[in-house]
Design a binder for this molecule. Structure first.
Ligand code: ATP
Ligand code: MG
Length: 139
């Protein structure tokens, strides 16, 4: 089933100039980029995006981190895109991530873990609409 998911290449990765290397791993996983831009989130945008985590102890630090530098937001399309991108990303904590995953290859720690990917088709739809309008999705 062709599906869309939402991706962020996080500030720890753009800081180390890893956008190209990560996009290559995304494309090698069979996902197609149908929308993409580089932005710098405001604190308010980061808080809105991660609102589901607002009661977690790491919320303040996470939202500071997410607006600490540029990010690459994109919409990815492919067979079972949500789960196939989650698989390509690896576990949230890079210490638990499988060999060959993006987080195993690049993540620094459980917070500075290089990429975000939606966790379900419903959240993907909400996250895509948070950053892109219909005219910006061109796949
Ligand atoms: P993401 O939503 O970014 O794709 P995820 O779904 O693997 O990651 P979540 O549980 O949704 O993980 O957490 C969102 C983000 O919050 C993580 O990617 C990470 O950057 C940060 N985070 C999660 N757990 C912790 C923690 N214990 N300490 C610090 N930061 C954390
Ligand atoms: Mg998540």
């Amino acid at each position: 089933m062709t599906q869309r998911t939402f991706s962020i290449i996080k500030p720890d990765a753009t800081k180390r100039n890893l956008q190209g290397a990560i996009l290559k791993m995304i494309q090698d996983a069979g996902l197609r980029i149908v929308a993409m831009k580089m932005i710098r989130m405001t604190k308010e945008q980061a808080e809105g995006f991660y609102a589901v985590h607002s009661d977690k102890p790491f919320f303040g630090s996470l939202t500071d981190f997410m607006c600490s530098g540029p990010v690459v937001v994109s919409v990815l399309e492919g067979e079972n895109a949500v789960s196939s991108y989650r698989q390509a990303m690896g576990a949230t904590n890079p210490a638990n991530a499988d060999e060959g995953t993006i987080r195993k290859s690049f993540a620094l720690d459980i917070e500075k873990n290089s990429v975000h990917g939606s966790d379900a088709p419903e959240t993907a739809a909400v996250e895509i609409a948070y950053f892109f309008n219909q005219l910006e999705i061109v796949g």
